[in-house]
Design a protein around this ligand. Structure first.
Ligand code: ADP
Ligand code: ZN
Length: 519
């Protein structure tokens, strides 16, 4: 069996050997067993069902939530000479009839379709008359109500187990946490599936996260050693994407913008240039990346904070697909946190969902302020244990200085409380440093007991401290107002003197820019 699989790998796909667990997965599914495949993006999930599809008799049915991805895969398969089609809502009725006819005649090997399509009674009845080689359920985490990709239609895919008891099913995902894994097994009735869990480690990626001071300057410093490299710069807003793309081009780094607000043709054109030309930088919102498979992306820079570690991992994971060194660099700041927290608070969705998203954001913030090996923390989030610090992230190579911030933190919390829990960091720092300005006078804050008590720290150090208080949940952002700070319940032990607080010492911007990555 494996020999036959090898031959297909070579003859059809043109590859010499299987990657990671591909061989074992293919063997399992080709011989009729179920499988749950957990593999990072870019790991090579598609072959895990495409090869068994060619090894087995009958029609392979592939469920995927994304039309664009389906069309991509079908186009690739067609080029390789594999009879594959995608059934989607953009087809005319007679085209659909034609496809059904070809399937009936056994001329189609692989059928891609959206979950809502598959579970239509007519479609299920149609498939039951045929010989089915296998069901592949791609992006299987869409079945999880906790993730942000939840698709109600995925829940209905559970019935395949009963309707097609003889047909092997393979569920694939790059979402790794234990809870999602168990949900997939339960909801898709994959109790008998063999589990293939790949490591999520991307050892060739160097992680660096720096506090945002002067983001453009910091970005240029980061790019200075990477002239001529292809890379992606992620920004949160469309406006910023365009500004940064223009800025970089002016600075001699050829850059293209990409966001959902650009005309479709321009988007497609920029994407094509990025893929085909050397040394371009794509400045993009998260709209960019789905299905992008450019092997030699040398860096992924974030000028804004992603909203979860899943997103951070996915986005940084677009670097270094060729296995050569790549850098993941991010600048983040208090404003990012406030913005994301506000966005979350104002988003649609029930309270439970918001709480889940809040936890995800907290995990992202914790990675930023982390003092241990970033890779260990990142992998631990995906329930994977890396026994030793990696030696290939900023915390490992530069070391992290911590300092006892207990007393200043109390002063900071006290400044928040005594000024009425409504002011932003700028004003709070003015209070602590005893700055005599109009706003202070107007509010009478020069009379507060905390006024001017904070001269042990400078402006930047106070800002760093406030940022870390928020990241650790010791202070909250006032979400109804203008992003002022409030006390949170968890700061009480600190205020009462029951615990101490160690914080990261931020490097000065010039230091953090100088400290080099893998380059
Ligand atoms: P995923 O779906 O896990 O994100 P893909 O299936 O799209 O990943 O594969 C990512 C890239 O790796 C594709 O370009 C694919 O052709 C390539 N690839 C997959 N398996 C192999 C292999 N055994 N040898 C060489 N390249 C492979
Ligand atoms: Zn490390």
């Amino acid at each position: 069996m494996l020999e036959q699989a090898q031959r297909i790998l070579k003859d059809v796909f043109g590859y010499d050997s299987f990657r990671g667990r591909q061989g074992a997965i293919i063997e399992r599914v080709a011989s009729g067993g179920d499988a749950l495949v957990l593999m990072p993006t870019g790991g090579g999930k598609s072959l895990c069902f495409q090869v068994p599809a060619l090894l087995r008799d009958g029609l392979a049915v592939v469920v995927s939530p994304l039309i664009a991805l389906m069309d991509d895969q079908v186009a690739t398969l067609e080029e390789l000479g594999v009879a594959a089609v995608a059934l989607n809502s953009t087809l005319e009725a007679d085209q659909q009839r034609d496809i059904a006819e070809r399937i009936r005649r056994g001329e189609i090997k692989m059928l891609y379709l959206a979950p809502e399509r598959l579970v239509q009674p007519r479609m299920l009845a149609f498939l039951q008359q045929l010989k089915i080689a296998l069901f592949a359920i791609d992006e299987a985490h869409c079945v999880s109500q906790w993730g942000h990709d939840f698709r109600p239609e995925y829940l209905q895919l559970g019935q395949l187990a009963e309707l097609f008891p003889e047909v092997p099913r393979i569920a694939l995902t790059a979402t790794a946490d234990m809870r999602t894994r168990e949900e997939i097994v339960n909801r898709l009735h994959l109790q008998d599936a063999e589990r293939f869990l790949s490591s999520f480690d991307r050892p060739n990626i160097f992680y660096r996260i720096v506090p945002k001071e002067q983001p453009r300057k910091q970005l240029l410093a980061f790019l200075a050693a990477r002239k001529g490299d292809a890379g992606i710069v992620y920004c949160l807003s469309r406006k910023k994407v365009e500004e940064v793309a223009t800025f970089l081009s002016e600075q001699g780094f050829p850059a293209l913008p990409y966001h959902a607000g650009l005309p479709a043709e321009l988007r497609a054109y920029n994407q094509k240039r990025f893929l085909n030309e050397e040394g371009l930088i794509m400045v993009a919102t998260i709209a960019f990346g789905m299905g992008i498979d450019k092997p030699n992306v040398r860096f992924v820079a974030h000028l804004d904070l992603p909203k979860s570690l899943e997103a951070y991992y996915q986005e940084t994971g677009r670097g270094g697909r060729d296995g050569l060194p790549a850098d993941a660099w991010m600048a983040y700041g208090l404003q990012d946190m406030i913005f994301l927290k506000q966005m979350l608070a104002n988003s649609e969705g029930d309270e439970r969902h918001k709480r889940v998203e809040q936890h995800k954001l907290d995990a992202m913030l914790a990675l930023c302020e982390e003092t241990r090996c970033r890779r260990q923390v990142l992998l631990a989030y995906f329930d994977e244990d890396l026994p030793q610090p990696c030696g290939h992230c900023d915390n490992c190579t530069d070391g992290v200085q911590t300092w006892d911030a207990t007393e200043p933190a109390r002063q900071a919390l006290s400044a928040i409380y005594r000024s009425g829990q409504r002011y932003g960091v700028g004003h709070l720092v003015d209070i602590l440093l005893g700055r005599d300005n109009e706003k202070i006078r107007g509010l009478g804050h020069q009379h507060l007991s905390v006024f001017g008590v904070g001269n042990a720290l400078n402006d930047g150090e106070w800002r760093s401290l406030f940022r870390q208080l928020v990241a650790r949940g010791l202070a909250d952002v006032d979400l109804e107002g203008y992003g002022g700070l409030r006390l949170s319940d968890s700061c009480r032990p600190l205020l009462r003197g029951e615990v101490t607080l160690q914080l990261r010492r931020d490097l000065k911007p010039q230091q953090s820019a100088k400290a080099s990555g893998s380059a």
